[in-house]
Write a protein that binds this ligand. Structure first.
Ligand SMILES: *[C@@H]1O[C@H](CO)[C@@H](O)[C@H](O)[C@H]1NC(C)=O
Ligand SMILES: *[C@@H]1O[C@H](CO)[C@@H](O)[C@H](O)[C@H]1NC(C)=O
Length: 816
């Protein structure tokens, strides 16, 4: 392209341009051309010869030449046609750098005449340079903590071109964190800067790679780019964290020290020192908890430091802080909930809280005696307590409320059988193995007057010899009362009644305290054979209880009555003579009279024997008296030699010890037969009544003795069986022991102590120490009374005759 025009003006039409050029040239002697840079060799620049008004032909002769102060070889003039052309590559940027104006100044000289022309060739810019960054990669370090809108200047690109070709625009690869801002510089340049649009987080994106592209304004445009490597720097913006805010740990109580509770692992998203952590207990936690646990600051292990007791606390809330070493440091928190599990390490406890003791033996069933409470510091089954009571007692436990029991009476009490109970309340928990504790409760049973005094027998029999001294102690009564103290203090009293004319209290008295029974006056068997009365025993309880016992006092006979003669009415006289008429004709063995006598005593003392003492008047042995009947009979036939009046003395004697006697006088008148018949009929008429009465009595006696004998046998058997070891009987005057006695209307018998013992021990044949009491009647006139059997082994004769000394009632022997 050939352009020739004045500088600063649009290219005018050629004639005008030439005109102007000439004028300008004339004025300044200057030509002005323009050529783009990078034009090819030979590119036309201007017809410089013509423009200077030089003939082509004269160019060579006039030594037309072009000189340039610099780079003269870039443009060349063809001397043939006078055209200025591009000789070698012109680089505007090389020639002028970054100056906006760039021209090549040529001096055109011709000689003959020497003329110097100035030609100015403007080198026009071409967009031949892309924007260029000084480095291929820009590295930026941005702390993650930078706030939004923070700016980070970038190094801009440079473009060697000028003008529009060097007008750069920048573009950033799309991303969410940064936008581009263009900062205009004072020198009209501009540079890009990154503006933070979104907070950075190193922990999320620790680096970015962005592309910054610069585009120039040339046509066509050229671009250049640089890679931006953005490193996000760590800031201690992350607190250490635990993966949970609450950790729950369960452990049994009583762990050994140093037991691991939990190993905490906090993490910190930061880097380096910002993630180095130390663990500690929060300052909030009380020292009571702090002392129980140990924290390893470095590893985060929490271990047991001191006894952990469920009963002290069943949970621990440990607040833990973890602090990193950044500056400023950040703290993370967590809570460790340590739940302590119960172990059965506490025994139950038993408390007996209230006692109403002693308990009256008449207390109602259901009476509360004690309140019992149990407790166990453990929980759950380990703390569940069951209470048991000693078995087989009349008490029971009634649960009134959880862990509260009443000890109540379950069945009736009787102090007399059990006066105190040692109860053991055992509390056992439900742990495994279970623990237990016990408490003992002594329950004393208080006496109530529920037992009357009791005598061993309902009836006592005592034998007392008659004619005892007044005030004689005859028996001791003893009633037992099973109660205690006052309730068992027995006092005795006589139950008053009448005995015949008199009150029983005139015979006997009972000592209130000792129970001793005294005979107040001498007793007379002939007046009172059996004294029966009741003694009442009362205790001192409230109300008092009492019982009665019957005492039978048999009065034993003593030989205190002499035989008494029975004289027919009219016999008259205190001397007591029996008169009989005896016919002289009677033969031997004829009963002529009968002496009758009675003895008020009993037994041997009443058993009479008769003997002829002396016959006055010369009877010459004509009469004798039957030993037991008292019959006076002839021993031979009477004759004339016998005196008509015979006086016989008959001694009537009992068998007492000593024997008492009476003397009967029998007067016999020997008469002729007629006289005697008359007298005898009269006498027999009188005697018949008495004889019949005596016979009756004898029948009774026999029946009585037989009855007594059979009773004796029967009783001996019973006695042997039942009363083998009964205590010995008392003496006649003195405390008597009860003895089995069978009284009867006709008589009494007993076995002596000796006899009984022999029977019991079975040694040898028993001696004849049996005794029969006969009624106070004259001996039986029947001759064979002597042969009567009254004992099992011995004949009555033997019994009656043998050893009168031993023939006394049982109980006669003083107690050993
Ligand atoms: C902490 O790390 C230790 C060791 O790896 C591990 O035994 C323990 O269970 C971890 N603690 C927690 C609470 O995860
Ligand atoms: C004892 O005898 C008396 C008088 O007979 C009587 O009042 C009382 O009730 C009797 N006591 C007993 C316990 O039988």
């Amino acid at each position: 392209m050939l352009v020739s025009r004045p500088r600063g003006a649009a290219a005018p039409p050629l004639p005008l341009a030439l005109l102007l050029l000439a004028a300008w040239a004339a004025a300044s002697g200057q030509l002005h051309y323009s050529v783009p840079e990078e034009a090819k060799h030979g590119t036309f620049v201007g017809r410089v010869a013509q423009d200077l008004g030089l003939e082509l032909a004269e160019l060579v002769p006039r030594l037309f030449r072009v000189a340039s102060r610099s780079r003269g070889d870039l443009l060349e003039v063809n001397l043939q046609n006078g055209i200025l052309f591009v000789n070698s590559r012109i680089d505007r940027e090389e020639l002028c750098g970054r100056s906006a104006e760039c021209g090549i100044h040529l001096e055109v000289m011709v000689d003959r005449p020497l003329q110097v022309f100035h030609v100015e060739v403007e080198v026009r810019d071409v967009n031949d340079n892309p924007p260029v960054f000084s480095v291929t990669e820009q590295k930026l370090s941005i702390p993650e903590s930078r706030v939004i809108d923070s700016r980070f200047p970038l190094e801009g690109a440079s473009d060697a071109d000028v003008g529009d070709n060097a007008m750069l625009t920048y573009k950033l690869s799309p991303n969410e964190f940064f936008i581009l801002d263009i900062i205009n510089k004072k020198d009209k340049g501009k540079f890009p800067a990154l503006v933070l649009r979104k907070l950075l987080d190193r922990e999320e994106n620790h680096q970015f790679r962005l592309l910054l592209t610069a585009t120039d304004g040339g046509k066509p445009e050229l671009t250049g780019s640089v890679s931006l490597w953005i490193l996000v720097l760590d800031v201690n913006d992350n607190a250490p964290v635990f993966d949970r805010s609450v950790y729950e740990v369960k452990m049994y109580e009583n762990p050994p020290n140093q037991t691991l509770v939990i190993w905490l692992n906090a993490s910190d998203a930061d880097e380096g020192i910002n993630k180095e952590m130390t663990y500690s207990f929060s300052p909030l936690i009380p020292s009571s908890i702090r002392s129980k646990f140990l924290m390893n600051e470095r590893t985060g292990e929490i271990r047991v430091n001191d006894g952990i007791d469920f009963e002290v606390s069943d949970t621990y809330e440990i607040h833990v802080d973890v602090t990193d070493k950044g500056n400023p440091s950040m703290v993370g928190h967590c809570t460790v909930l340590v739940e302590i599990l119960d172990e059965n390490d506490n025994s139950p406890e038993v408390f007996v809280t209230s006692l109403s003791l002693p308990v009256r033996e008449d207390a109602q069933v259901g009476t509360v005696i004690a309140l019992i409470s149990v407790s166990d510091r453990d929980s759950g089954a380990n703390g569940q307590v069951t209470c048991t009571l000693t078995p087989h007692v009349p008490f029971k436990l009634v649960s009134t409320f959880k862990n509260y029991y009443s000890l109540v009476l379950d069945s009736a009490l009787d102090r007399e059988s059990v006066s105190a109970y040692e109860l053991v309340v055992t509390a056992r928990d439900g742990g495994s193995p279970p623990l237990w504790a016990s408490a003992s409760v002594s329950v004393e049973v208080a006496d109530v007057n529920d037992n009357a005094p009791a005598f061993a027998q309902p009836e006592y029999t005592v034998f007392v010899k008659e004619n005892n001294p007044p005030g004689c102690h005859i028996f001791t009564l003893s009633a037992r009362d099973a109660d205690a103290q006052e309730n068992a203090r027995v006092s005795y009293s006589l139950v008053e009644r009448r005995v015949g004319e008199r009150a029983v209290s005139s015979y006997v008295s009972v000592h209130a305290e000792s129970g001793k029974v005294y005979a107040l006056q001498p007793l007379d068997r002939e007046e009172l054979e059996l004294l029966q009365f009741q003694v009442s025993a009362r205790d001192a309880g409230f109300p008092p209880l009492g019982s009665n016992v019957t005492l039978q006092v048999f009065v034993l006979d003593e030989n205190d009555n002499a035989p008494r003669l029975l004289l027919p009415p009219g016999a008259g006289g205190a001397g007591g003579a029996l008169s009989e008429l005896v016919p002289r004709s009677v033969g031997a063995g004829h009963v002529v009279a009968k002496v009758r006598a009675v003895d008020a005593d009993a037994g041997y003392n009443a058993w009479l024997s008769y003997e002829l003492q002396a016959a006055a008047g010369g009877a010459r042995g004509a009469f004798r008296v039957a030993l037991y009947t008292g019959e006076v009979s002839t021993t031979r036939a009477l004759d004339e030699a016998d005196a008509p009046r015979q006086r016989l003395l008959v001694l009537v004697k009992d068998h007492g010890e000593p024997a008492l006697a009476a003397t009967a006088t029998v007067l016999l008148s020997l008469v002729e037969s007629g006289q005697a018949l008359k007298a005898s009929s009269r006498a027999s008429a009188g005697a018949a009544g008495a004889e019949a009465a005596l016979l009756d009595v004898n029948v009774y006696l026999i029946v009585a003795i037989c009855a007594v004998s059979s009773l004796l046998v029967l009783t001996l058997l019973l006695y042997t069986a039942l009363r083998c070891s009964a205590p010995p009987a008392g003496g006649a005057c003195g405390p008597a022991k009860p003895t089995l006695v069978c009284p009867s209307a006709a008589g009494s018998w007993s076995s002596s102590q000796q006899r009984r013992q022999r029977v019991c021990s079975g040694e040898g044949p028993p001696k004849a120490d049996l005794m029969a009491f006969s009624p106070s009647l004259p001996p039986c006139p029947v001759p064979d009374v002597e042969e009567q059997t009254i004992g099992g082994e011995h004949s009555g004769k033997e019994a009656l005759r043998a050893e009168p000394r031993t023939s006394h009632v049982g109980g006669r022997h003083p107690t050993a």
